[in-house]
Write a protein that binds this ligand. Sequence first.
Ligand code: CDP
Ligand code: CDP
Length: 224
Amino acid sequence: MKKQIQIAIDGPAAAGKSTIAKKTAELLGYTYVDTGAMYRAITYKALQENIDLQDEDKLTYLLKDTLIELKPSPDGQLVFLDNMAVTEEIRSKEVTASVSAVAAHATLREEMVKRQMEMGKNGSIVMDGRDIGTHVLKDAELKIFMSASVDERANRRYLENQNRGIETNLEELKQEIALRDKLDSERQASPLIQADDAIFIDTTYLTVDEVSEKIMQLAKERMS
Ligand code: CDP
Ligand code: CDP
């Protein structure tokens, strides 16, 4: 039984990646890495420091000089930027609207991917994002590409925001998600794309538990 596998979960915004990745990691006793939170953290810092989001060199230098840490907690994953907690701040409307522009820069991604590879190198990891199966964990034993209709994804984000006490407009959310999907899929540097060896799961009509069960079954197959 090979126990320490790598699991890569990719897909568009609000497909359920982090919910499922976190749950799978808990069930297996693995580490969970939310790579989207890392891109959000550097975007938050760039906005705070008024850096031109088109300036690839400046943003890459900024990242090289920045400590981003992800720490598990009973309330979910906590995100620290230069030792400061930014878990909530990185989910703001401003960061969400700017993150795809920052994540499009090739040299910034190189630095990010280097850090993520280091985090995943010993296995026992579930990592979610956009380029995990295609770039970060290319040899992962299990690769999942998860999606759902844009209506369903917007609805999920809407309900999620409501539960966090944040009022949002469903139509605006749908447009924001569709635009981010387009930017993430059409960029030159490691675009959002399904890896050849990834398993596609359409979660539109599946509950969190149903998706989780499916992935646990696949993980157990890969471990044996
Ligand atoms: O949770 P949500 O789907 O809204 O997004 P996220 O996973 O937090 O990712 C935020 C953004 O970071 C994405 O829209 C991508 O632009 C970027 N990202 C990326 O380029 N590569 C990754 N591996 C993860 C995120
Ligand atoms: O990480 P990503 O942006 O792909 O999505 P997420 O933040 O994990 O999921 C967005 C919301 O959809 C969460 O509130 C989940 O509980 C919910 N969800 C769902 O209702 N049904 C699923 N099959 C998966 C997620």
